[in-house]
Design a binder for this molecule. Structure first.
Ligand code: GDP
Ligand code: MG
Length: 597
């Protein structure tokens, strides 16, 4: 155990975490030339294309240092807030962390939020000043920023370039010298933390774990504490670039487990693995069931594809346990599913995976957060509102609560004013304002999560000219004034366009939604009135004007095959349209409320 080091890399997005991981693998000869491929740990295609790490992964390296062989387990963590619970679990599996800071960008919001997570878990922090090769790097200033943040010495900060290889050996030496070896007792009952799981279509779910005490052996009967399920350990091993099966993984080490589980939902990140016959008395603290934060309807563009969509969603759920869904129906869109996501990025990823991996064309409706409603009749009973149609009648409504978050924003002092105005407009309350340096400020707000869902990121980027970083964590439910805004097309309510909005925003957003829909809905042979309403009260009205006759006249006559081609083309273009009554609604219209500016 004394020659094992377990560590992770934490960083703000794009500060070079994945690139540094690649360099460490090169340096420890974990990766052969043939296997070397940029950003190796991001194994999903989608991850590589978007340059983000969605799921965390682990890899074991061997390194000779001062004549001794060390086992270095590197646990990669996802960089996006949607997946912050996974970050916290992978951090809990380590004794140390490399805190990577871009020498041109300095400390950003996720640097700080990830650092706090690491400090909560008592990790040894090794600050790495990355990208020193960049001409725009400010090594002295950024080192000062890091020293201020951590209270460390300037000599503790390792200047590095994951691109050119500067500092890589120093980083490996620091991992060995500064990060403590794992503690734990091999003779105690098995206690292992699940920090990740990956779905493999051939082998079922692979569970990644860190053994704290005892050991996990091939063919052992094991139990997952939170779910209570018992399994046989069909295969255990360590995570090299490919899996290396072993007879036993002992306290202090990191490994994988295959039990033949086919459904990702049976394996819960944060759960404890123990021996079925001689279970540990202590589950590892801090297990949480991940809760979806954002809900939206997903409908097939073609109503006939409903069953196929169900099949696809079920398959997706096998390998993404954080996706939840249940059937729902909409008068406008027919049969579909109400789905829960960890955040907006997760929603986009699911939609994209449905298209790429399952060839499904889907329509996503206006997302909303999950509210708690209470009626006069049962003022103590929580009614979960994940869908606008779940909101009880205003007359029977006692009160509503909505999820709040603590937002951390780091920006330049020049932009404090505009960023504050934006957050206040978004119903935020300032909690703290801290000058990190004379030029850089950290702002903390309590804010409704719903306001983050609606065009917050884009607005923040605009008001700060790109110089603001943002992170958040949930802080519980608070009282809210919620109304349901309905949209009527041709005097018919279109349920799939309804949105749950705060009372103070309802009129303004209702008005802007009508304007946006007027732009998005194609003109037809007749006028299409668009109205927004709260209950029976119309709050806004716009009209999509009818086409003039001569426009269509052009289509008559001419070569029949050319006309057919044109029709085919139109059909394709229409893929993401849904006819509601006699009005054609494009996909963008369902998301219009999100992009009102
Ligand atoms: P992550 O989001 O933290 O995983 O960041 P990546 O590893 O994906 O890196 C983000 C971008 O920065 C990529 O374009 C990298 O090629 C680049 N990058 C990473 N490290 C360095 C470095 O040391 N120097 C330079 N010049 N670019 C780097
Ligand atoms: Mg990455």
């Amino acid at each position: 155990m004394k020659n094992i080091r377990n560590f992770c890399i934490i960083a703000h997005i794009d500060h070079g975490k994945s690139t540094l991981a690649d360099r460490l693998l090169d340096e420890t000869a974990t990766v052969t030339k043939r296997e070397a491929q940029a950003q190796l740990l991001d194994s999903m295609d989608l991850e590589r294309e978007r340059g983000i790490t969605i799921k965390s992964h682990a890899i074991q390296m061997e390194y000779m240092y001062k004549g001794e062989l060390y086992i270095l387990n590197l646990i990669d963590t996802p960089g996006h807030v949607d997946f912050s619970y996974e970050v916290s679990r992978s951090i809990a599996a380590c004794e140390g962390a490399l805190l990577v800071v871009d020498a041109a960008q300095s400390i950003q919001a996720q640097t700080i939020s990830n650092l706090y997570l690491a400090l909560e878990n008592d990790l040894e922090i090794i600050p790495v000043l990355n990208k020193v090769d960049l001409p725009s790097a400010n090594p002295e200033e950024v080192t000062d920023d890091i020293v201020d943040l951590l209270g460390c010495k300037a000599e503790d900060v390792i200047p590095a370039s994951a691109k050119t290889g500067i500092g890589i050996q120093e980083i490996l030496a620091a991992v060995i010298e500064r990060i403590p070896a794992p503690k734990g007792n091999v003779d105690e009952p098995l206690q292992a933390l699940i920090f990740d799981s990956v779905y493999n279509p051939f082998r079922g779910v692979e569970t990644y774990f860190r053994v704290l005490n005892g050991s996990i052996k091939k063919n052992q009967q094991i139990k997952f504490v939170a779910t209570g399920n018992t399994y046989g350990a069909d295969e255990v091993g360590t995570l090299k670039l490919t899996q290396a099966p072993k007879q036993e993984i002992k306290a202090g080490d990191v490994g994988y487990l295959i039990t033949g589980i086919k459904d990702a939902r049976e394996v819960k990140v944060g759960d404890t693995i123990t021996d079925a016959k001689n279970p540990t008395k202590n589950a590892i603290a801090g297990f949480e069931d991940v809760k979806p934060m954002v809900f939206a309807g997903i409908y097939p563009v073609d109503t006939e594809d409903y069953e196929e969509l169900r099949n696809s969603m079920e398959k997706l759920q096998l390998n993404d346990a954080s996706l939840v869904f249940e059937p729902e129906s909409s008068a406008a869109l027919g049969f579909g599913f109400r789905c829960g996501f960890l955040g907006m990025l997760h929603l986009e990823i699911i939609q994209e995976r449905l298209e790429r991996e399952f060839d499904m064309t889907v329509i996503t409706t206006v997302p909303n957060v999950s509210y708690h409603a209470f009626t006069h009749k049962n003022p103590d009973e929580i009614i979960l509102v994940n869908n606008p149609s779940d909101l009880p009648e205003p007359s029977s409504l006692n009160r509503v609560e909505e999820p709040f978050i603590k937002a951390t924003i780091i920006t330049k002092s020049d932009f404090v004013g505009p960023v504050m105005s934006l957050c206040i407009e978004k119903r935020g309350q300032i909690v703290a304002q801290t000058y990190l340096t004379t030029e850089r400020v950290e702002l903390n707000f309590d804010m409704p999560l719903a306001e983050i869902v609606f065009d917050f990121y884009d607005r923040l980027k605009t008001v700060s000219k790109g110089y603001a970083s943002f992170d958040y964590s949930p802080i519980g439910m608070r009282a809210s004034k919620l109304v349901k805004v309905d949209v009527l097309l041709n005097a018919q309510p279109v349920d799939a366009l309804s949105a749950l909005l705060h009372q103070d925003n309802a009129y303004d957003i209702g008005k802007r939604m009508c304007e946006k829909l007027r732009e998005l809905i194609p003109r037809q042979q007749f006028d299409i009135p668009i109205q927004a309403a709260i209950g029976a009260k119309i709050i806004s009205r716009e009209t999509v004007k009818a086409l003039r006759k001569d426009v269509t006249a052009k289509c008559y006559g001419g070569d029949i095959s050319r006309k057919r081609k044109l029709l085919e083309k139109q059909k394709k273009g229409k893929k993401r349209m849904r006819a509601v009554g006699n009005v054609e609604i494009p996909q963008e219209a369902f998301m219009a409320v999100l992009k009102l500016n």
